[in-house]
Write a protein that binds this ligand. Structure first.
Ligand code: FAD
Length: 645
């Protein structure tokens, strides 16, 4: 039997970003013994990178704002594909989660009369994003960490042990979930990144909060952690993913110099007055307002500029259309020869705001461009272009409890699917992870408290986890030198960028699946040098399994969906098809085939169609029939109170 360190808890939370910490706090507050496991340092999770803000209809800046308006905006942004119950809970509960953070010590920017300030963002009808300059994620994570420490101090006062009920295992990667004979969660298997030593966590409930998948793409705003681990772990444990074809390309990433390509330029630049221009100096977004949004967006630069000061009587600037629309517009401008010298377009805030205001409202952007590109954004325009930013697809969960189809397995934050439909609105992720992080922690607590016996880990599964983990150290049986994990990663990123990127076609997707299958074969022969003490090549070799599964899920789902919607644009099916609105694509692990020789470290995935649950009538009634008719089939609208046809 493999020698491992063992720890027993009630709940294991994998991930220490906003979702993971909020889940852990909720579980610990219910008195459960909770472990937080994260592969980065504690406090360094991807959430710290969030810049612009956290969307919540508090009505501090625009009194007319309400959860109903936020719900409507979220559904419109997702092109009515969202899990509507998630969107409802999110819109209703986000304000409480922000106020709760304030009571835990978060210092948000203020309105002149001292309330939490809220800023404009794409797709949001009113200024709605609570923010801390352009470093909102950092403040949210700092506050949640402070809350974790406060709970540990309370435990110390009561038991003499800070870690009696809440312990953080930092720089520790989970590679497998462990289930019992009935298929219920029994724990997790992982390793310390520094020493390579193995650990087993015994626990009846696991909350996955591992973030996104961006590292499968060449140009991305995402951090090194975003290798789709939670998606892969859930699939291998028997859970399903939904909506994996929907990947958000943020319209404004840096395009120059090459070493920083993809790094995010926050949407707050546009929310605070910055505008997009092409090489001819034209504000081109007025040419790209789609019919479904025409009533809501300004037709001229004059009207758009008036909107910043008087939102009651003017329509918003199309620079703030949902991200998918803006990313496609930039793509077209560049393709048609009106781009900037380095293949982007211009984002101009310099000519629109005084220099001191830019430095105060956008301090990180000012430093980012000054230090990385030698550009002073108070004096010249930035060059920007689309970058892979967020995955709407993720683990299929019950909205109220965050539980997956595997007993004892819960998920929240970016690794969970459904909430954002085909396209996420900016600011809706920070609120999502607070709302559903808390719900996942509570869901896990309810589950554990309802159990009459604890599940048992099988020793064979621990041995199998260890064997898979050390396999990359074995020389290939065929005597070749084997595959280098860095080369495989670069090839994977190129395939995803070139063939499954912002604009897709059937031929490209088929080609991508073929090339991913070749990679699958090469991954069998991945070899790393050295030993298990801090060995980044080995870590990457293990992460590649998840990246490959996730990439196959994205490509296969994108091939199946023969329409364009949100973060999925098909050149060969360029329009939105109402018959696809009510359909969901689900990814799960394929059953092992009889010709499987057991040498493949990555199970295959299959994508299956299903039906979405129809929206509750009272929520459907929040929309005008004329708007719904753009998205729904006549049969679906028959029950609308204002009369469907
Ligand atoms: P994360 O914060 O990424 O945390 C994931 C955690 O899981 C990490 O601790 C990681 O170490 C751990 N982990 C992963 N795999 C494993 C494993 N195998 N074993 C152990 N631990 C593991 N959204 C907004 O709403 N507003 C914004 O202004 C905004 N700005 C953004 C700016 C940038 C540059 C980027 C890239 C994103 C931005 N987003 C924004 C999106 C938002 O930041 C993320 O979607 C969100 O922070 C995800 O949080 P999370 O808790 O789900 O995951």
């Amino acid at each position: 039997m493999t020698e491992t360190e063992r720890h027993a808890y009630d709940v294991i939370v994998i991930g220490a970003g906003g979702a993971g910490l909020r889940a852990a706090i909720a579980a610990r507050e219910r008195g459960l013994r909770t472990a937080i496991v994260c592969k980065s340092l504690f406090g360094k999770a991807h959430t710290v990178m969030a810049e612009g803000g956290c969307a919540a209809a508090m009505g501090n800046v625009a009194e007319k704002d309400s959860w109903q308006v936020h719900f409507r905006d979220t559904m419109r942004g997702g092109k009515f594909l969202n899990n509507w119950r998630m969107a409802e809970l999110h819109a209703q509960e986000a304000p409480d989660r922000v106020w709760e953070l304030e009571s835990w010590g978060a210092l948000f920017d203020r309105t002149p009369d001292g309330r939490i300030s809220q800023r404009n963002f794409g797709g949001h009808t009113y200024p709605r994003l609570a923010h801390v300059g352009d470093r909102t994620g950092l403040e949210i994570l700092r506050t949640l960490q402070q809350r974790v420490v406060a709970l540990q101090q309370a435990d110390h006062a009561e038991t003499g042990d800070y870690e009696a009920r809440l312990r953080v295992f930092a720089e520790c990667t989970v590679t497998e979930l462990l289930t019992d004979d009935d298929g219920a969660v029994a724990g997790a298997f992982g390793y310390w990144r520094e020493s390579g030593r193995f650990l087993v966590f015994e626990a009846p409930a696991v909350v996955l909060a591992t973030g996104g998948i961006g590292k499968s793409f060449q140009v991305t705003s995402n951090s090194w952690e975003y290798t789709g681990d939670g998606h892969g772990l859930a699939l291998r444990a028997g859970a399903s993913l939904v909506d994996m074809e929907f990947v958000q390309f943020h319209p404004t990433g840096m395009v120059w110099p090459p070493s920083v390509k993809g790094i995010l330029v926050t949407e707050s630049v546009r929310g605070d007055g910055g505008v997009l221009k092409n090489s001819a100096g034209e504000r081109f977004m007025f040419d790209y307002v789609p019919d479904v949004f025409r009533d809501l967006y300004a037709e001229s630069a004059q009207e758009a500029d008036r909107w910043y000061d008087d939102q009651e009587n003017n329509r918003r600037t199309p620079d703030l259309l949902p991200r998918d629309e803006v990313a496609r517009a930039i793509n077209t401008e560049v393709k048609e020869g009106r781009g900037s010298p380095h293949g982007g377009v211009y984002l101009d805030v310099a000519s629109r705001l005084p220099a001191d205001q830019i430095r105060r409202r956008l301090p990180s952007m000012y430093h980012q461009f000054k230090e990385l590109a030698g550009v002073d954004i108070t004096a010249e325009a930035m060059e920007v272009g689309p970058t892979c930013h967020y995955v709407m697809g993720g683990i299929d969960v019950d909205p109220d409890t965050a539980r997956s189809s595997v007993p004892g397995l819960f998920a929240a934050g970016e690794c969970a699917g459904g909430m954002h439909g085909s396209n996420r609105l900016g600011g809706n992720s920070l609120s999502d992870l607070l709302v559903f992080g808390r719900r996942a922690g509570l869901g896990a607590a309810d589950y554990v408290e309802g159990l009459d016996r604890r599940p048992t880990i099988r020793d064979d599964d621990v041995d199998a986890g260890a064997a898979t983990a050390v396999a990359p150290f074995d020389p290939p049986a065929d005597g070749t030198t084997g595959e280098n994990p860095y080369t495989l990663h670069a090839d994977l990123q190129r395939i995803m960028n070139d063939l499954v990127g912002i604009i897709r076609t059937e031929a490209e997707m088929i080609a991508a699946l073929g090339r991913l299958d070749e990679l699958r074969g090469r991954l069998r022969h991945v070899v790393v040098e050295g030993h298990r003490n801090y060995n980044p090549g080995w870590h990457l070799a293990l992460d590649l399994r998840n990246m490959l599964m996730v990439s196959e899920a994205v490509a296969a789902s994108a091939l199946a969906r023969t329409e364009s919607r949100g973060g999925h644009t098909r050149d060969d099916y360029p329009t939105l098809d109402p018959d696809w609105r009510h359909r969901v694509l689900t990814t799960r692990c394929a059953p092992a085939s009889t010709d499987d020789d057991g040498a493949d470290p990555v199970p295959r995935v299959v994508v299956e169609p299903g039906e979405r649950t129809p929206m509750r009538p009272d929520l459907l009634d929040l929309f005008e029939l004329t708007e719904l008719e753009k998205y729904y089939t006549p049969a679906e609208l028959a029950g609308h109170s204002r009369g469907g046809t």
